[in-house]
Design a protein around this ligand. Structure first.
Ligand SMILES: [Zn+2]
Length: 180
Protein backbone atom coordinates (compact mmCIF):
# COMPACT_ATOMS: atom_id res chain seq x y z
CA UNK A 1 0.00 0.00 0.00
CA UNK A 2 1.21 3.48 -0.79
CA UNK A 3 1.94 5.88 2.03
CA UNK A 4 2.12 9.63 1.97
CA UNK A 5 5.93 9.37 1.66
CA UNK A 6 5.51 7.91 -1.84
CA UNK A 7 4.41 11.26 -3.15
CA UNK A 8 6.38 14.41 -3.73
CA UNK A 9 4.05 16.94 -2.15
CA UNK A 10 6.31 19.78 -3.19
CA UNK A 11 4.97 19.56 -6.72
CA UNK A 12 1.49 20.04 -8.10
CA UNK A 13 1.60 16.70 -9.88
CA UNK A 14 2.77 14.96 -6.70
CA UNK A 15 -0.11 16.41 -4.74
CA UNK A 16 -2.50 15.50 -7.55
CA UNK A 17 -1.28 11.89 -7.50
CA UNK A 18 -1.56 11.76 -3.71
CA UNK A 19 -5.18 12.94 -3.95
CA UNK A 20 -5.86 10.33 -6.64
CA UNK A 21 -4.58 7.72 -4.20
CA UNK A 22 -7.06 8.77 -1.58
CA UNK A 23 -4.98 11.12 0.56
CA UNK A 24 -6.75 14.25 1.58
CA UNK A 25 -4.22 16.77 0.36
CA UNK A 26 -5.81 20.19 0.27
CA UNK A 27 -5.53 22.25 -2.88
CA UNK A 28 -3.10 25.12 -2.67
CA UNK A 29 -4.97 28.37 -2.63
CA UNK A 30 -3.62 31.14 -4.82
CA UNK A 31 -1.72 33.82 -2.98
CA UNK A 32 -0.20 31.60 -0.34
CA UNK A 33 2.97 29.85 -1.42
CA UNK A 34 3.77 27.10 1.04
CA UNK A 35 4.26 24.05 -1.17
CA UNK A 36 6.09 22.15 1.56
CA UNK A 37 3.63 22.95 4.34
CA UNK A 38 1.64 19.71 4.24
CA UNK A 39 4.81 17.60 4.36
CA UNK A 40 5.53 19.05 7.81
CA UNK A 41 2.46 17.37 9.25
CA UNK A 42 1.87 13.80 10.13
CA UNK A 43 -1.08 13.08 7.85
CA UNK A 44 -2.50 9.59 8.28
CA UNK A 45 -6.04 9.91 7.08
CA UNK A 46 -8.72 12.53 6.75
CA UNK A 47 -10.45 11.84 10.05
CA UNK A 48 -7.50 11.66 12.41
CA UNK A 49 -5.45 14.46 13.92
CA UNK A 50 -2.57 15.81 11.85
CA UNK A 51 0.12 16.69 14.38
CA UNK A 52 2.75 19.28 13.51
CA UNK A 53 6.10 17.48 13.28
CA UNK A 54 8.27 20.48 14.12
CA UNK A 55 8.64 22.74 17.12
CA UNK A 56 5.72 23.54 19.40
CA UNK A 57 5.16 26.55 21.62
CA UNK A 58 4.65 26.28 25.38
CA UNK A 59 0.93 25.65 24.92
CA UNK A 60 1.56 22.81 22.49
CA UNK A 61 0.68 24.67 19.26
CA UNK A 62 2.84 24.11 16.18
CA UNK A 63 5.16 26.97 15.30
CA UNK A 64 6.02 28.07 11.78
CA UNK A 65 8.17 30.95 10.59
CA UNK A 66 6.68 32.74 7.59
CA UNK A 67 8.59 35.65 6.05
CA UNK A 68 10.44 36.04 9.33
CA UNK A 69 7.26 36.13 11.43
CA UNK A 70 6.38 33.46 13.94
CA UNK A 71 2.91 32.02 13.25
CA UNK A 72 0.81 29.16 14.48
CA UNK A 73 0.84 26.16 12.19
CA UNK A 74 -2.82 25.20 12.69
CA UNK A 75 -3.95 28.67 11.63
CA UNK A 76 -1.85 28.48 8.46
CA UNK A 77 -3.28 25.02 7.76
CA UNK A 78 -6.81 26.39 8.08
CA UNK A 79 -6.10 29.39 5.84
CA UNK A 80 -4.39 27.29 3.19
CA UNK A 81 -7.24 24.81 3.23
CA UNK A 82 -10.15 27.24 3.15
CA UNK A 83 -8.60 30.28 1.49
CA UNK A 84 -10.19 32.43 4.21
CA UNK A 85 -8.41 35.15 6.12
CA UNK A 86 -8.99 34.56 9.81
CA UNK A 87 -6.74 37.29 11.20
CA UNK A 88 -9.52 38.76 13.32
CA UNK A 89 -10.92 35.50 14.58
CA UNK A 90 -9.87 32.81 16.97
CA UNK A 91 -9.52 29.26 15.74
CA UNK A 92 -10.63 26.54 18.10
CA UNK A 93 -9.77 22.86 18.03
CA UNK A 94 -12.76 20.59 18.37
CA UNK A 95 -10.34 17.70 18.99
CA UNK A 96 -8.64 19.49 21.90
CA UNK A 97 -5.25 18.68 20.43
CA UNK A 98 -3.28 21.93 20.06
CA UNK A 99 -0.64 20.48 17.72
CA UNK A 100 -3.31 19.17 15.33
CA UNK A 101 -3.41 20.91 11.93
CA UNK A 102 -6.33 19.03 10.39
CA UNK A 103 -8.59 21.84 9.13
CA UNK A 104 -11.61 19.59 9.66
CA UNK A 105 -10.86 19.62 13.40
CA UNK A 106 -11.15 23.39 13.74
CA UNK A 107 -13.90 25.92 14.01
CA UNK A 108 -13.55 29.65 13.64
CA UNK A 109 -15.14 31.76 16.31
CA UNK A 110 -15.04 35.14 17.97
CA UNK A 111 -13.13 35.84 21.15
CA UNK A 112 -16.47 35.67 22.96
CA UNK A 113 -17.09 32.17 21.59
CA UNK A 114 -13.65 31.14 22.75
CA UNK A 115 -14.32 32.38 26.26
CA UNK A 116 -17.68 30.61 26.30
CA UNK A 117 -16.04 27.45 25.06
CA UNK A 118 -13.35 27.58 27.74
CA UNK A 119 -15.99 28.20 30.35
CA UNK A 120 -18.05 25.30 29.08
CA UNK A 121 -15.09 22.92 29.06
CA UNK A 122 -14.13 24.04 32.51
CA UNK A 123 -17.61 23.34 33.78
CA UNK A 124 -17.70 19.97 32.08
CA UNK A 125 -14.35 19.13 33.60
CA UNK A 126 -15.91 19.80 36.97
CA UNK A 127 -18.62 17.30 36.16
CA UNK A 128 -21.43 19.74 35.58
CA UNK A 129 -23.61 19.23 32.59
CA UNK A 130 -25.08 22.38 31.16
CA UNK A 131 -26.55 21.01 27.93
CA UNK A 132 -24.72 23.55 25.81
CA UNK A 133 -22.60 22.67 22.85
CA UNK A 134 -20.89 24.68 20.21
CA UNK A 135 -22.56 24.96 16.83
CA UNK A 136 -20.69 23.97 13.71
CA UNK A 137 -20.35 26.29 10.72
CA UNK A 138 -22.78 24.17 8.73
CA UNK A 139 -25.36 24.23 11.51
CA UNK A 140 -25.18 28.02 11.67
CA UNK A 141 -25.68 28.35 7.90
CA UNK A 142 -28.54 25.86 8.07
CA UNK A 143 -30.18 27.54 11.07
CA UNK A 144 -30.08 30.93 9.35
CA UNK A 145 -31.97 29.46 6.39
CA UNK A 146 -34.53 27.74 8.60
CA UNK A 147 -35.26 30.69 10.84
CA UNK A 148 -38.59 32.43 10.16
CA UNK A 149 -39.90 34.93 12.71
CA UNK A 150 -42.99 33.59 14.52
CA UNK A 151 -42.91 30.39 12.42
CA UNK A 152 -39.55 28.76 13.07
CA UNK A 153 -38.44 30.47 16.25
CA UNK A 154 -35.10 30.77 18.03
CA UNK A 155 -36.50 28.50 20.72
CA UNK A 156 -37.42 25.77 18.22
CA UNK A 157 -33.99 25.94 16.58
CA UNK A 158 -32.25 26.01 19.96
CA UNK A 159 -34.05 22.79 20.89
CA UNK A 160 -33.23 21.23 17.55
CA UNK A 161 -29.50 21.92 17.86
CA UNK A 162 -29.36 21.32 21.59
CA UNK A 163 -28.04 24.78 22.47
CA UNK A 164 -29.53 27.60 24.51
CA UNK A 165 -31.76 30.20 22.87
CA UNK A 166 -29.18 32.94 23.33
CA UNK A 167 -26.54 30.94 21.42
CA UNK A 168 -28.77 30.33 18.41
CA UNK A 169 -30.09 33.90 18.43
CA UNK A 170 -26.57 35.33 18.38
CA UNK A 171 -25.58 32.94 15.61
CA UNK A 172 -28.60 33.75 13.45
CA UNK A 173 -28.41 37.50 13.96
CA UNK A 174 -24.73 37.43 13.12
CA UNK A 175 -23.51 38.66 16.50
CA UNK A 176 -21.46 35.48 16.53
CA UNK A 177 -20.25 33.75 13.37
CA UNK A 178 -20.24 37.11 11.63
CA UNK A 179 -17.85 35.93 8.93
CA UNK A 180 -20.19 33.23 7.60
ZN1 LIG B 1 -7.27 16.97 15.53
Amino acid sequence: MKTIENFNLQTRIGRYKARKNGFDIPLQKPGIKQPDFWTRLEIKDKKECWPWKESLNKDGYGRIRLNGIQKMAHRIAYELHTGKNIDNFVLMHICDNPSCCNPNHMVVGTHADNQADKYKKNRQAKGEKNGQSLLTENQVIEARKKYKPRVVTYKMLADEYGVCKDTIQKAIRGINWRYL
